[in-house]
Design a protein around this ligand. Structure first.
Ligand code: 5RP
Length: 219
């Protein structure tokens, strides 16, 4: 089974958590695109969605799903999103698609975070295979990069990428994250950092892993 099939499998399995007549929190990325397609098939059964990126917003709208502004929604039952890495504690690295800030905002609105991944995303230690994305105010790029070097990382500017919020991304390589909650807070405290891609303070509640053996649900 190829990676796309595993993503589709996880996305399809997430549909069972969607409540009738609810507003669904929707993340971004290729796995979420599979979820959006699956959601399209039951679009008449939901009220709409809050999207974590302009691209997800566009895809949802194209399927006739109403997209609500996050400011108009006080809470969501579920938020469904992918991850670049996920550890056994259901903490994640996210932001490979540069949507980390809006993903953190929409996931914060949700009672349950359902993470959908293929099995290649499972790691023991965050930072093992994927660089950590950090969204930064453009004028702070060099300052933040020096601070990240001071913390032991090797930041690289993601050339040509501007986030939906008008900021830039630094990808931090060689950065094994042994204490995710502490590191998430430390990075948030650097002036000029908008968001970092560690999702430990708000980890996932349910993980659905697509694999050759079928979709496995980790609660
Ligand atoms: C985007 C994200 C995505 O969830 C993450 O990059 C996973 O993407 P994909 O499903 O394409 O592997 O955090 O900012």
């Amino acid at each position: 089974m190829d990676q796309l099939e595993m993503k589709k499998q996880a996305a399809q399995a997430a549909l069972k958590y969607v409540q009738p007549d609810s507003i669904v929190g929707v993340g971004s990325g290729s796995t979420v695109n599979c979820f959006i397609d699956a959601l399209g098939a039951i679009s008449d059964q939901i009220k709409g969605a809050v999207a974590a990126s302009k691209e997800s917003e566009r895809r949802l709208s194209a399927l006739g799903i109403e997209v609500f502004n996050a400011n108009d929604v006080s809470a969501l039952d579920i938020y469904v999103d992918g991850a670049d890495e996920i550890n056994p504690q259901k903490m994640m690295i996210k932001g490979g698609g540069a949507a980390l800030t809006r993903e953190k905002i929409v996931s914060s609105l949700a009672k349950k975070f359902i993470c959908i991944v293929d099995s290649s995303k499972q790691v023991d230690v965050l930072g093992s295979t994927f660089p950590l994305p950090v969204e930064v105010i453009p004028m702070a790029r060099s300052y933040v990069a020096r601070k990240l070097v001071g913390l032991g990382g090797a930041p690289e500017y993601r050339e040509g990428v501007v986030t939906d919020n008008g900021n830039v991304i630094l990808d931090v390589y060689n950065f094994k994250i042994m204490q995710p909650m502490e590191m998430e807070k430390t990075l948030n405290n650097i002036a000029g950092v908008v968001t970092n891609g560690i999702f430990a303070l708000r980890s996932a509640d349910i993980v659905i892993v697509g694999s050759a053996q079928g979709a496995q649900v980790l609660v």
